[in-house]
Each structure stands twice: as C-alpha cells, then as structure tokens.
Design a protein around this ligand. Structure first.
Ligand code: SF4
Length: 181
C-alpha cells in the first residue's frame, strides 16, 4: 500500500536507488538530509546541494536539516573517539534517525525509512533495530529495507556517476576523515 514516506538521506549517491524504488512503489517520498555529522561545513553544503539536485531530478520534495554540529557532538560524546564502525556510529545513526522522525512528525508524515542500508560497510541489523526503536518512540511506521541487496550499491554508484553527483571519500564526521588516512 502506498503512503507518504520521509526518507532519511545520508547522502545523494546513496539515496539514488532507495528514493527511486520507493517512488516506483507508489509512495510519495520526501527526502530528509540531516548532515550535522558532516565535517567541515563546506562538505555539508556540497552534499546538501546534491541532495537538492537529486530531489529535483526525481520530482520529490526534500528538507535539508539545519547544520548543528554541536548538537551532533553532544549526541555522540560518550564515544567521540571510537574508530569508524565502533561505538560512536550507533549514536550517530540514532541522532540522524531521531532528527528525521521529528521532521516527519512536524510534516505530518507517518512513515520513516532510511538510505543507510545501501552501504556495504554499515551494520544493517543495527540500523534496523535503532530505526525500529526511534519509530516506536515517535509513533511512526518503520519501512526497513536492505537497499544494498539486488546489486543496490553497485547500481547507486553507476547512477550517481551518470547524474554527476559528488561521491565523497569519507563517511562524514571528522573522525572518519582521520580514518581515511
Ligand atoms: S563514521 Fe560515519 S556513521 Fe560513524 S559517527 Fe562518523 S559520520 Fe557517523
């Protein structure tokens, strides 16, 4: 059954396939880019601009979150210096999905999904659990999909190249730049 969905968008390249597939299923999709985990601000703007470009290409609405890195730092402070893929990342996912859930409520949208599961580097079971908890706390429906299945990641690389989208070389936070080495 189709419905309005707020799609949490971690970046435009990762959103290409999920956004398109949800539209093809008949959903009215609004993209939400959080971005306060991104460092520095110029990188946030660059990624946000491509989310805007993708939304125009798909004919969908989108919301770009306010850039509030201090709030993100507060959310992950307990494990600030953990390595990429370590204990900081679940806190980051929760901060992103909580912001998305709050935005869905303010827009009157009752369903949430995320692009995070297209990455071959992300723990999909963890994302499923955190998303379900956040949705339960906010009385939202949670549409969980493992977007990297059915060659989703490979297709997203191809499509983002075709659309000329910027493909970043690090996850987003300053610690992931350090890990890029
Ligand atoms: S590495 Fe990525 S997922 Fe992990 S805390 Fe940094 S931005 Fe968030």
């Amino acid at each position: 059954m189709s419905s309005d969905i707020l799609l949490h968008v971690c970046c435009a390249p990762d959103a290409t396939i999920p956004w398109q597939r949800l539209i093809e299923e008949g959903h009215r999709v609004t993209g939400f880019f959080y971005g306060s985990n991104i460092h520095p601000y110029s990188e946030f703007r660059r990624r946000a601009q491509d989310v805007e470009t993708l939304s125009r290409t798909l004919g969908s609405d989108r919301v770009i979150g306010s850039y509030e890195p201090l709030r993100w730092l507060e959310a992950v402070r307990e494990h600030l210096l953990a390595p990429e893929g370590g204990e900081r990342c679940p806190l980051c996912f929760r901060a992103q999905l909580t912001a998305a859930a709050n935005r869905a409520l303010s827009l009157g949208i009752g369903t949430l999904s995320t692009t995070l599961t297209i990455s071959p580097h992300k723990d999909v079971a963890l994302i499923e659990r955190i998303g379900a908890e956040v949705c339960w706390e906010h009385c939202l429906d949670w549409v969980f999909r493992v977007w990297r299945k059915k060659s989703g990641f490979k297709l997203s690389v191809e499509r983002s190249r075709r659309l000329g989208l910027y493909r970043q070389r690090y996850c987003g936070c300053i610690m992931s730049i350090r890990n890029e080495g």
